[in-house]
Design a protein around this ligand. Structure first.
Ligand code: NAI
Ligand code: 15L
Length: 274
């Protein structure tokens, strides 16, 4: 898309750093926001340092959103933490983003949800049916619960205010899969950029929930709602399988860490100290 601008929140993080490199190749001009300052950016890039959890960031957030075509909302705590920290970063932060987007007339948000919104769904057996995208929420952590909230917030802002969202339940977006579980849930960075581009540009998405992974041989969930946006994954984790299985063994049916989509998030850590 020529001359289209997207604001990435959480742009200093792992996924944000990977996408900053890849999204311009899909024609996007980037604005970047994080609570952590970023200095490793191309000259001329607009960067904003703001804490989304803090209402005092409102004016800076609104200015960052002014005139953008869309937002990729990655900012937040990306692992389990205390309820209070998740409440601030993920729940209040996502609410503040949607309110500012409404005030600035932004029409499209891509929300980085997570497989941990449905983490307690039992892992399908080999060759078993893929997990559908409309399976009820089964969060495995306060973190996963905040992603359930984000998906419902997106539905509310769509119904009340017409702001469209694609909520992507990302599996594991890292340069390479590093565990046997990740062979099923891996989203290669180039496929992540393809999926984000599709989610930003598909017409009339309303609130669409998709799983975010590559076309993995060992896939656990149904990618059809992602493909319906125009996403065509090109990667598959299987070339990494022999080495990872040799090191770690196959997933075991009786092992509680392997029983659910969320893997060890369902069992570790227990609730963090408050
Ligand atoms: P990360 O932890 O590397 O990056 C998150 C970024 O958000 C950090 O740069 C952090 O400074 C920023 N941030 C946190 N709280 C903030 C606040 N209150 N205001 C402004 N910025 C804030 O996480 P990663 O791996 O890059 O993930 C990005 C998003 O995608 C997260 O929302 C995560 O939950 C989600 N996700 C990531 C997956 C993955 O495989 N990497 C899997 C599923 C979901
Ligand atoms: C997530 O939601 C996390 O943000 C990421 O760091 C990984 O742990 C990923 O899920 C996963 O399930 O592997």
């Amino acid at each position: 898309p020529a001359d289209r601008t997207v604001l990435i929140t959480g742009a200093a993080g792992g996924v944000g750093t990977l996408m900053r490199e890849l999204l311009p190749r899909h024609g996007w001009t980037l604005r970047l926001l994080d609570m952590v300052p970023m200095d490793d950016v191309p000259e001329g890039t607009v960067t904003v340092t703001a804490d989304l959890a803090d209402p005092a960031s409102g004016p800076a957030l609104r200015e960052a959103l002014r005139g953008v075509d869309a937002v990729i909302h990655l900012a937040g705590i990306s692992l389990e933490s205390t309820f209070e920290k998740i409440l601030d970063a993920n729940i209040r932060g996502t609410y503040h983003l949607y309110e500012a987007a409404r005030e600035e007339g932004v029409r499209r948000i891509v929300f980085a949800s997570s497989n941990h919104a449905v983490g307690f769904v039992p892992r399908p057996g080999d060759g078993g049916p893929l997990i559908p995208v409309d399976t009820p929420h089964r969060p495995d952590t306060f973190y996963g619960l905040s992603k359930c909230f984000g998906e419902d917030l997106a539905a509310l802002y769509r119904d009340r205010h017409g702001i469209e969202t694609v909520s992507i339940r990302i599996g594991s977006c890292f340069p390479e899969p590093t565990s046997v579980r990740m062979l099923s849930v891996w989203l290669s960075p180039p496929d992540c950029a393809r999926l984000l581009d599709a989610a930003l540009t598909a017409p009339d998405v309303g609130h669409t929930v998709v799983y975010g992974s590559s076309a993995n041989t060992r896939l656990w969930w149904d990618l059809s709602s992602a493909r319906a946006l125009g996403y065509e994954p090109r990667d598959d984790s299987e070339p990494y399988a022999a080495k990872l299985v040799a090191e770690q063994g196959e997933l075991e049916p009786g092992n509680p860490d392997h029983a659910h989509l969320g893997g060890h998030f369902c069992t570790h850590p227990p609730m963090w100290p408050h």
